[in-house]
Design a protein around this ligand. Structure first.
Ligand SMILES: Cc1cc2nc3c(=O)[nH]c(=O)nc-3n(C[C@H](O)[C@H](O)[C@H](O)COP(=O)(O)OP(=O)(O)OC[C@H]3O[C@@H](n4cnc5c(N)ncnc54)[C@H](O)[C@@H]3O)c2cc1C
Length: 415
């Protein structure tokens, strides 16, 4: 299949890079142009808060594909070419340089960016956020033994950074305004389990604390709380959530609703323009609502689906969300949407491993969160993912009983 116009992808991240490859794999023989703005080969972000900060992996090792791959696949990767506008009438993108390029189909895969701290002192040296390779290098330089690190936000990024910093010998305080960690992501019992691990390792985790300002002259030297207390620190790292990068879509009058609004096939309200990955919100058939996911597997899954749909397949994106995080020697794996559950059922899968199942008001399994050793939780979370996909009603006592194989429940569901 080929036209003279290329397939154009804006955003050379996880989703954009994978979609470019999937277009080729699905038979697109014409031109593909992938625009990035970071000046780097597309790379995986998950290691940035884990093995990269720990010094176990270099940022170069995070590249998704090497240069030869793009050459061989005839994908025109432009790593330093921010797209400034979409001209929907002329079917072309306008680069910040002023150049333009026509598109046959356009994919917006611009991802998300960290929310900025809106506080006095937020621009002092020593105040960081983590999204990019550049941020990881800057944070790495801060994490030295004995340094006092204040992490603002007890979400996944904040907790991963805290775990890494403490492993590197830093003194770490985590400041969270809400009454508990991971408010949107997991049931309270799971959050408590994780926080207990952090406290055991010496991280000072505080909830219900509100930061008034960051203090310091040129460089940050403390965090002043609303109650007047000041905590001395050598660096601040904020992990207070992300915002989808929707500016291009908004300026082009595409529908935006907590992300670029797409239909089940990941198509925007312009039939030539698609969006996928962190940047889009889509109607999830299983949960009967529009959701936006900020996770690696979603970027991977949607890249495959969107590439096929850019080629006219019209497939719905319905995979069950799946997310993981690594903290200390523990893995956390989450399938589905545990936050939609009204009842939590616990299964002990190892001496320090648990899987927490979330059932909604009708007894339908809507989420599973595993915490512990990978080998002791991964299988149950994987089968739970399939049960969630089938909207299975599973008796709580079977979920709680370690002796009941979820695989057998799956087989029973299939009959
Ligand atoms: C530190 C960190 C740790 C993480 N850990 C995990 C984890 O453990 N598990 C998990 O499931 N997920 C994790 N994630 C989330 C996961 O990495 C993201 O969900 C994934 O990267 C999303 O892929 P994406 O392609 O949608 O966006 P991105 O990977 O952010 O790529 C978007 C790209 O588009 C570029 N761009 C934006 N605007 C333009 C423009 N106008 N022109 C050109 N280029 C543009 C951006 O600079 C970026 O390079 C982590 C994320 C971070 C930051």
């Amino acid at each position: 299949m080929s036209t003279t116009e290329p397939m154009v992808i804006v955003g050379a991240g996880q989703c954009g890079a994978r979609a470019s490859q999937a277009l080729r794999e699905n038979g697109w023989d014409g031109a593909i142009t992938l625009f990035g703005d970071e000046g780097l080969l597309p790379y995986e972000r998950p290691p940035l808060s884990k093995s990269v900060l720990l010094g176990q992996k270099t940022t170069a090792q995070c590249a998704i594909y090497d240069e030869a791959f793009f050459r061989e696949q005839r994908i025109d990767l432009r790593t330093d070419a921010p797209v400034a506008a979409i001209d929907r009438v002329g079917h072309r993108v306008v680069l910040a340089s002023g150049d333009t390029l026509g598109y046959h189909r356009l994919l917006i895969a611009t991802g998300s960016r960290p929310r900025r701290l809106d506080l006095p002192g937020a621009t002092l040296a020593g105040v960081h956020m983590l999204r990019s390779v550049c941020d990881a290098h800057a944070i790495s330089a801060e994490l030295r033994p004995g340094r006092r690190i204040a992490v603002i936000g007890a979400g996944f990024i904040g907790l991963e950074i805290a775990a890494t910093a403490v492993a590197l010998g830093c003194e770490v305080v985590v400041l969270e305004g809400a009454s508990r960690a991971l408010m949107r992501a997991v049931p309270e019992v799971v959050a408590q389990c994780l926080v207990a691990q952090h406290r055991q390792r010496g991280v000072d985790v505080r909830f219900g604390v509100h930061v008034e300002r960051l203090v310091g002259t040129a460089r940050v030297s403390g965090v002043q709380l609303v109650d007047g207390t000041t905590l001395a620190c050598d660096a601040v790292i904020a992990g207070i959530g992300v915002m989808p990068c929707t500016e291009l879509a908004q300026a082009a009058n595409l529908d935006v609703e907590n992300g670029v609004a797409v239909d089940a096939t990941l198509c925007t309200n312009d039939p030539r323009i698609f969006a996928a990955g962190d940047v889009c919100s889509f109607p999830h058939p299983l949960f009967g609502r529009r959701i936006r996911l900020e996770c690696w597997k979603n970027a991977e899954d949607q890249a495959r689906v969107v590439a096929r749909n850019m080629l006219g397949h019209g497939e719905a994106c319905s995979s069950v969300p799946w997310f993981w995080s690594d903290q200390y020697d523990m893995t956390i794996q989450i399938a589905g949407m545990p936050a939609l559950g009204t009842t939590t059922v616990v299964r002990e899968t190892g001496s320090a491993s648990r899987v927490f199942f979330a059932l909604d008001g009708d007894g339908v399994l809507v989420g599973a969160s595993g915490v512990g050793q990978t080998g002791e939780i991964a299988r149950d979370v994987r089968f739970a993912q399939e049960l969630i996909a089938r909207r299975a009603c599973v008796a709580p006592h079977l979920l709680a009983d370690r002796g009941t194989k979820l695989r057998s429940l799956l087989a029973a569901e299939a009959q």
